[in-house]
Design a protein around this ligand. Structure first.
Ligand SMILES: Cc1cc2nc3c(=O)[nH]c(=O)nc-3n(C[C@H](O)[C@H](O)[C@H](O)COP(=O)(O)O)c2cc1C
Length: 191
């Protein structure tokens, strides 16, 4: 089982990564291979330009925007489980993660009216989210956004792990109840 996490926080050692570490550690102990892409460490990233050139390539991404997202798109295709990791920023995923989701447009192939296929079909999708406020302060909307991507891409939605109302990395690492839930989620991803 190959788990690929796409980390959308601008802080590679922030709250989201602290939670993701716990989840992936449990998944690795359960036998999965794990990998993290830190989107903030790429320097050449841009959004979908709506050229629709990708629709001319039926069985590969076919995106003509030659930036660092090309690497991400190809690594997505090699994963069994994709984990979308993000903080909640203004009731939304971070811009890094939203940009990545938009660029996944090229993985959808619109074959005809009401006929869409996705190159991610058959994979599993999950989310790891951290937020400063309680779930209703925007994390609920981020969970909906991620699960809607799963539905549209015909991937199996494994659910979201939310660390809400987080204060700092130290208190995440000292929260036994959160750690237990995060580890259980990691084992679920690996199963
Ligand atoms: C620009 C910005 C916008 C934010 N918006 C929200 C929000 O709408 N709802 C919320 O619960 N927390 C919000 N937060 C708090 C972050 O989601 C929270 O601190 C998160 O754990 C940061 O994770 P990170 O350290 O991985 O980036 C916001 C923080 C920033 C910097």
């Amino acid at each position: 089982m190959k788990i690929l996490a796409i980390q959308g926080s601008p802080r590679p050692e922030g709250h989201t990564q602290a939670v993701l570490d716990i989840v992936l550690d449990a998944a690795a102990q359960a036998g999965a291979s794990t990998e993290v892409i830190q989107l903030s460490e790429y320097h050449d990233l841009s959004g979908c330009i709506e050229c629709f050139a990708c629709q001319q390539t039926p069985d590969a991404p076919g995106c003509v925007v030659e930036d660092d997202m090309q690497d991400v798109l190809h690594r997505l295709l090699g994963a069994d489980v994709i984990v979308l990791a993000t903080p909640v920023f203004c009731w939304s995923p971070s811009w890094y993660l939203k940009m990545m989701m938009d660029r996944c447009y090229c993985l959808f192939k619109f074959r005809g009216p009401n006929q869409v296929e996705c190159l991610l079909e058959g994979k599993k999708l999950a989310a790891v989210i951290s937020s400063g406020g309680p779930e209703g302060d925007g994390a609920d909307l981020v969970i909906q956004t991620c699960s809607r991507l799963a539905e549209f891409s015909k991937t199996e939605w494994l659910g979201a792990f939310l660390a809400a109302s987080v204060k700092d990395v130290e208190s995440i690492r000292a929260d036994g109840e959160l750690i237990e839930r995060a580890r259980a989620f990691g084992r679920k991803l690996a199963s």
